[in-house]
Design a protein around this ligand. Sequence first.
Ligand SMILES: Nc1ncnc2c1ncn2[C@@H]1O[C@H](COP(=O)(O)OP(=O)(O)OP(=O)(O)O)[C@@H](O)[C@H]1O
Ligand SMILES: [Mg+2]
Length: 232
Amino acid sequence: MADSLEKLETERKTTTATIAHELRTPLTVLRGRIAALRDGVFEVSPSELTILLEQTELLARLAEDLRILSLADVGKLTLELSEVDFAALAKNVVASFETQAEAKHVRLEVCVPASANIRADEVRLRQVMSNLLDNALRFTPEGGRVRVRLETKPREIILEIHDNGEGIAAEDLPHVFDRFYKSDDNKSGSGLGLAIVKSLVALHGGKVSAANHAEGGAVFQVVLLIRGDLHL
Ligand SMILES: Nc1ncnc2c1ncn2[C@@H]1O[C@H](COP(=O)(O)OP(=O)(O)OP(=O)(O)O)[C@@H](O)[C@H]1O
Ligand SMILES: [Mg+2]
């Protein structure tokens, strides 16, 4: 008992230290550039303001991600359920990534049935897909491709997002859904995206897994029961 309390306390301290670390980078950039603008080192220009805005957006996203995870921790993240056509939603989310994909010359392939109705929280489902697609695009090299496939079975809907990047190192695979777990390269963000995916999928009574595909690249699979037990 004392041991597990001590472990919890260590985890809490580590998390706080990690959050502080994640906040520091955008704050340092903001502080440095705003001071430089004030001192006339740079001219105020749309491109300079875009850099400042990007850093504030990063901070806003971090705050929102942390809010979702702490609500999930205390069982207060609730779903707004409705009848959702996952096929239409999937096409729509993929379309919202088109510009990003084109900029990198990455082909987005979509294979979805005519419809795939499920009782789910549309906003949260969109977030699950967006987080997975965001990763797939970031970890796919220029000229690559990302495949999005939706399959309906009598009792479940399976979403698969398969990229043709480098895949995930064997030692990283068991940890990619852990909070703040990320690779040490400049492609990574805060390491919260997949932790949020896992929480949201679990809240829907589903499962998410990561693997390396036989043809290369990473593949993420989300399985949602069409009439699953929803933990609300
Ligand atoms: N498609 C992928 N290919 C290769 N590695 C991946 C892929 N998706 C995730 N990973 C690995 O898993 C780590 C965790 O992903 P996660 O989405 O949680 O964090 P992130 O993308 O680094 O940051 P955030 O999502 O918070 O902006 C990534 O840093 C990367 O190492
Ligand atoms: Mg991510």
